[in-house]
Write a protein that binds this ligand. Structure first.
Ligand SMILES: C[S@@+](CC[C@H](N)C(=O)[O-])C[C@H]1O[C@@H](n2cnc3c(N)ncnc32)[C@H](O)[C@@H]1O
Length: 230
């Protein structure tokens, strides 16, 4: 059922990044996630690659990526994006595409140096169990990292409102967790947590957003959690 969920939004998904709010929030989340993710070797599993917003960054960082997504429509757009990267033939060779529900392939996974996922675990049932299994697939020193919209925040309210207004919104099916809930998950080691999006979705100007982001007051709208295998 999750497949249909994102298939019908795939064509318009990237238009969010063309809006002022979308571009600003993306840049804020990206700065945090990209600064926190460090895999000690080349093999990276990306879960919920979507249209390839982060697949292209992972490839450009030199990782060999296995990109998983339950939505064929989203993945097709990611494939196009990677094909358009400079030096595309060799870059495209760095990605192994796996059209699948992550919860259904946990027993088929290899071992990885890094496991990366942005804004997908909101849609994955029983995230603690799935993450625990993923953590067990890390090589020594490996890094498991997820970024998610934080529960109990101005942004979770924004998406809840979107879901109330539009019955077909993907956020009708999202579960949003607070960082305290994520910290309580028993994955194998303690989580390292990063926070961002301290400006609300109804912020008026970019300069106001940047000033609120610098102050870091109130509940963050986005949380990145990282577990590193010793
Ligand atoms: C909000 S999009 C995020 C896409 C991309 N990571 C990004 O940051 O732009 C969530 C993606 O997770 C995928 N997804 C949701 N549940 C999944 C599951 N159980 N297994 C694999 N992919 C899943 C969706 O199909 C969708 O492409």
């Amino acid at each position: 059922m999750n497949e249909a969920l994102f298939d019908h939004v795939a064509a318009h998904y990237d238009s969010w990044y063309d809006t002022e709010l979308g571009s600003l929030s993306d840049q804020t989340e990206r700065n945090l996630a990209q600064s926190m993710f460090k895999a000690p070797g080349p093999k990276v599993l990306e879960i919920g690659c979507g249209t390839g917003q982060y697949t292209s960054w992972l490839v450009q960082e030199g990782y060999e990526v296995t990109a998983v997504d339950i939505s064929g429509e989203m993945m097709a757009l990611a494939q196009k994006k990677i094909a358009l990267l400079e030096g595309s033939t060799s870059k495209a060779d760095c990605v192994h595409w796996w059209h699948a529900d992550i919860t259904k392939i946990l027993d088929q996974l290899e071992t990885y140096d890094g496991i990366f996922s942005m804004t997908a675990f909101e849609f994955v049932p029983e995230p603690e169990n799935v993450l625990k299994k993923l953590f067990s697939q890390l090589n020594p020193g490996g890094c498991l990292m997820i970024g998610v919209i934080a529960g109990m925040s101005a942004w979770s309210e924004y998406y809840a409102e979107a879901a109330r207004k539009k019955p077909t919104s993907v956020f009708k099916r999202a579960a949003l967790y607070t960082q305290e809930e994520i910290r309580s998950w028993q994955i194998g080691v303690s989580a390292e947590i990063g926070e961002c999006l301290f400006f609300p979705p109804n912020v008026q100007t970019k300069s106001e957003a940047l000033s609120l982001e610098a102050k870091r007051e109130g509940n963050p709208g986005f949380v990145v959690a990282k577990w590193v295998k010793r």
